[in-house]
Every structure is written in C-alpha cells, then in structure tokens.
Design a protein around this ligand. Structure first.
Ligand code: G6P
Length: 607
C-alpha cells in the first residue's frame, strides 16, 4: 500500500516526483522520500511525515536531475521514522530501492547478507533488496534485479535506481501493482495511474514476475526468464481534473457530492435507456445451476456485499452469504463447482480479498469480481469482472465507491435471477423504474448537508455513538459507524436494532447519541419501539428517516435527518448519504485529517 513512482525524461525529476507522490499519498502517508541522479551521483532525501514535509525540506534546492524515484510509505516492517523511510540504499550508497509489499523471507536474506559483511541501517524488509542487488551486481543492473527477485519471496513492486546505470530505472513486480507509461521524451513507472494522469499518454499494467526498465526511449518489459513482453498499451483516458479537489475542502466531500454521477454511471452501462437491464458479459459464463453464493470483501466493500446479501434474498432462489475476506479462508465454507463467489473491491488489490478469490477458485468456485479499478489483480484472478464506474476515489474513507457497489450489486442480483429463471418481470421492472430516479434522489438527499453540519457540532463531544437499523439498512448502520470511526476516531458501533437490548443498551446513558435508520416498511414500528427504549434511558436519538413527518417519529426523535422516499436497491444508497456527511462534518469539526486518517490506507496489500 505504499506509493512508488519513477521518472526518466528531459525535465526536472524532483518536482515531478513530489507532485506524483502527493497524488499517490492515499496509498500511505507516514513517510516519504526520493532519490535522484544528480551530476552522476545518487542523492537521497527522506523523512517521516507527509510529502509536503519532504517538499518543505527540499524547498529552494535547485536539483537538476532528470532521473529519479520517489516513495510514500505505509509502515509494515519498522515504525515510521526517517531511518525506515524509503529509498533504501546498499552499503556504498550507489543503489536506491523503493518498494511496495512485503519480502517474506527478509530475515533469512538479511542474516546471509550480514554474514557476508553487508551493513544494514534500517529495520525494513526493503533494505534487504538493496543489499541483495548490490551483492549480485556485476555491471548489468537489470540482471542483478532479476536474480534478486528470483531469491525474494512475498509480494512486491520495486523501482531501483543506480549511480552505475544513471540513465534508467529498473522495476519488477510480483503481487503488488505496478504500471509503466511513456510520453514524448519521457518514461514513468508508478504504483497506480493517478500519478501519471496528464503526463503519460499510454500505460501498460505489469503482470506478476515481470520486470524491465524505463529509459528515455520508453519502457521495456521482460519475463523473469528474459523473454520480451509485448502487449498493446492502454491509452490514458481519465482526466487529471478527476484527481483535483475541484473547489471542495476535501476529496471526501467532493466524492460524497459526486454520488449522483458515480451511481448514475454505474447503472447506465448496465441498463438500456435507463429502464431495461442489459446482459452483462461477465454473467454469461455463469452456470445456471449455481446453488450458493458467497460474497468476499473487506471494510466498506464488505458492507456493500452485506446489503446485497439482504437484497438478493428476495430475488434469488439460492442462499447468499457475505463473508469478510480475511475470514473466508479460515472457514470451511462449503464450496463446490456450483458455488458462485462475488469478490467486491474498490481497488481490486486488497490482498485479503485476492487470497479469498484464489482459495475459492482453487476449490472450483466460479468467481466474479466487482471492481472499480480496471486491470487489477482481483479482476485478473477472477473468472470475469463487472465494474463500478465511480471514477478515481482519493479519500481514504470510501464513499462514492460504496454506493456504486450497492447499485451494481443490485443489478447483478436481478441479472442472476434471470440466469436462474427466477426473475419476476413485474418486480424487476418496478426496481428498474425506481433506479432511473435514483440519481435525482441522491441530489435531493444531499440537501440535508446544512442540518448535518449543525448536528455534527453536538456529536463532536461524544465518546460512543450507536448506529441501529433493521433489514437491508443494518449494513448501512455498520457503514455509518465505520465512517465515523475512521475519520473522527470516535468509538462507534453498528447493530441490528433488535439486538440493542442484548448488550449495547448498556452503553446508553444520558445524552449518548443513537442514530436510528427508520425506514417506512415492515420493521418501522419495531424500530420506533427501540427508539422508545433509547429515550427511556435518556439517549439522544437522531432519526434518519424517509418518514420525517410521522408524528410518532417527531415525538421520539431529538433530531430528524430526512431521506427521500424509495425502496429496494435505492433505499440503502439514500440512507448512506446523511451518515457519510455526518462522519465528515464531525471529523472537520474535530480538525482531523479527513482524507488521510491516522493509521489507515486506502489500499491494503498486506494480510
Ligand atoms: C481499506 C480501506 C477501506 C476499504 C477496504 C477494502 O481498509 O481503508 O476504505 O473499504 O480497504 O478496500 P477495497 O479496495 O478492497 O474495496
């Protein structure tokens, strides 16, 4: 989950690297560093802190280097200190390595290298690679890297710069993502496309066990056994504006406001003229005899899967279960060739989800990936992929990708029920008509913003917040609690409202905020009863509701956040919006780092 970038060109490398690192900071942001070839010598700058701190250190220094590498870190081995920041060097300071991933056999390699006289100066696994390349170097950097990664176990994407080969950057990949790109007179390597937007005109996504080099002539990719790789490159289509804040104070707020579009785009490609479900190519190979569905996902994506678990019960005649990906392999989930697995992941890189996909496939399941990033590892290892079309999401706390996942899963459920011959035409056309109205309703739901901002001032003093709901809104309660925890660091828990009396009620004291998702529907009256129970303990009830004028609700709730009326797939999406805004404004009021909350990373590539 670190960000890596490299540049060979005719312009100054340092400003490009710093700008790119800022764009990659969502991947990790506890330390940053760059290495340059300056007047034929390798120079390195690194420190704990954000990219802007590194930039501050470098401010005013006129480096003329046109070749360099840069790194932004999310600590795994070794605490975030200056010493553990990348790039890491060999004994003589001639080779610099930046790395994303984990070298699993680092201890063995380190011991061997230390016995051979190499002196280490950090606690990281990465430094092993610098010394290993040094020990294998005999005039050909690419060959030394090839031999080094032949000895390394684990997942990695690396970029390596050497003073002895000052016109190139060597790269290699296994597990962690890496992309190379080029434009007129320059070549690039990076963990992810956003760093290259507006720079590279074409990119190539590397596959595992590929390596190569970038030079002024572009990029060259080889397999581990030295065969040249030729694949058609991808044109870079995203606009650099997509990774700017566009007048918003934070990416998270911008992304919350983008949801009418991101949900709309996600639906559009799967619907004909907004009302008829199109066949999804990824579902064409699904055997109609499937008899069980598992969703595997982590974090927010798991909550989207959990919404689908509820929604699909009413459209599909087979059971569907959402399992947290890191638990999936530990359980003896009953998997046969008739099992369908849906892997949900914004990034398509999350290692726990990837491992669950591998495990499911090795046991014969058919796996469909639902991803936002194309060409990801999870997509490649699945049988087929469906996309959310949320665009690039930069805020570490997922927002627009979550609602896009629910929308996409809703349609996948309907499509699968057709595969099964179980679809009721009337049901699905009612659902599709509702969905056509959804983008407009999202805009309407966002009008609650001012009210939420005021309410956030009251919540900022809370030490515990409960989120309660029933049915398909229960996962939205989980997501609301997760959002608040992630960015405001206030303890929050989501519970099915019916469970309150079995434990969480003990937490309710005078003024404890309890957020209750009160949707008009079969569970509405029961939820009002739960509200009575909270009131009886002097809790502070915030009702998020599509029945904001109901006198019973008005009597019980201290505050009401209205949500537009809807049903089916639309309802959990619309109930999410006030909760995202609430987490955002509480965090802003507390002054936390909203887009880069402490200890978190957007893409988690360690187990
Ligand atoms: C990290 C992020 C979460 C995200 C989860 C799964 O923990 O901080 O926001 O939900 O990973 O990510 P994925 O890319 O697989 O959806």
């Amino acid at each position: 989950m670190c960000g890596i970038v490299g540049y060979v060109g005719s312009e100054l490398a340092a400003p490009f690297l710093l700008e790119s690192l800022k764009r990659l900071e969502y991947r990790g942001y506890d330390s940053a560093g760059i290495a340059l070839i300056e007047d034929g010598k390798l120079v390195r700058f690194r420190r704990a802190g954000k990219v802007r701190d590194l930039e501050h250190d470098l401010h005013g220094a006129a480096y003329s280097a046109t070749v360099g590498i840069g790194h932004t870190r999310w600590a795994t081995h070794g605490v975030p200190t200056d010493r553990n920041a990348h790039p890491h060097l060999d004994c003589h300071g001639r080779i610099a390595v930046i790395h994303n991933g984990i070298i699993e056999n680092h201890a063995v390699l380190r011991e061997r290298l230390e016995n051979d006289g190499h002196v280490f100066s950090s606690e990281t696994d990465t430094e092993v690679l610098a010394h290993l390349v040094e020990s294998l170097y005999d005039g050909d950097l690419l060959d030394a890297v090839r031999k080094a990664i032949g000895q390394a176990q684990g997942a990695f994407a690396v970029a390596i710069l050497s003073q002895d080969a000052p016109d190139r950057i060597v790269f290699a990949k296994r597990g962690s993502p890496l992309v190379v790109g080029r434009s007129e007179g320059a070549a690039y390597v990076s963990s992810d496309v956003p760093a290259l937007l507006g720079k590279a005109s074409e990119v190539q996504f590397l596959l595992d066990d590929e390596l190569g080099e970038i030079t002024l002539d572009g990029y060259r990719i080889l397999t581990l056994d030295g065969r040249p790789v030729h694949r058609a490159p991808h044109r870079v289509s995203a606009d650099p504006v997509a990774i700017q804040k566009g007048g918003y104070k934070h990416f998270m707020l911008k992304e919350i406001h983008e949801q009418a579009r991101s949900v709309g785009e996600t639906l559009r490609e799967k619907l004909d003229q907004g009302t008829r479900l199109l066949g999804m190519p990824a579902l064409e190979q699904v055997d109609p005899d499937f008899d069980h569905i598992y969703f595997v996902a982590c974090g927010t994506a798991h909550h989207a899967a959990k919404v689908a678990e509820y929604l699909w019960e009413s459209v599909l005649p087979v059971p569907a279960h959402a399992i947290i990906a890191s638990e999936f392999r530990l359980r003896n989930a009953h998997i046969t060739p008739r099992t369908l697995v849906i892997a949900v992941s914004q990034s398509g890189e999350t290692i726990d989800t990837l491992m669950a996909v591998r495990s499911a496939r090795s046991r014969g399941a058919h796996v469909i990936a639902l991803v936002n990033a194309e060409q990801s590892a999870i997509e490649r290892e699945s049988n087929a992929a469906v996309y959310t079309r949320a665009g690039i999401e930069i805020g570490v706390a997922a927002t627009k990708t979550f609602t896009a996942q629910i929308a996409a899963l809703g349609l996948i459920g309907l499509a699968l029920s057709r595969v099964k011959g179980a679809a009721s035409e009337a049901e699905s056309s009612r659902e599709l008509r509702e969905l056509a109205l959804l983008p407009g309703r999202i805009v309407e739901a966002l009008r609650v913003e001012d009210k939420v901002r005021t309410l956030a001032e009251r919540l900022r003093h809370a030490s515990d917040v409960l989120f309660l709901a029933r049915g398909a809104l229960f996962p939205i309660a989980l997501e609301g609690a997760l959002k608040l925890k992630e960015i405001s660091y206030i303890h929050a828990e989501g519970y099915p409202a019916g469970e309150m009396k079995h434990g969480p009620i003990a937490l309710i004291d005078e003024g404890t905020p309890v957020i209750m998702l009160a949707s008009r529907g079969p569970a509405y009256d029961k939820l009002l009863s739960n509200m009575e129970e909270v009131k009886a303990r002097k809790g502070f009830v915030i009702a998020v509701s599509d029945a904001p004028e109901d006198p019973n609700l008005v009597r019980l709730a201290d505050e009401i956040l209205p949500v537009p009326t809807s049903s089916g797939i639309s309802s959990p999406i619309l109930f999410t919006i006030p909760l995202q805004l609430l987490a955002y404004y509480v965090a802003v009021s507390l002054g936390t780092d909203v887009d880069q909350p402490r200890n978190l990373a957007k893409t988690v590539t360690v187990e």
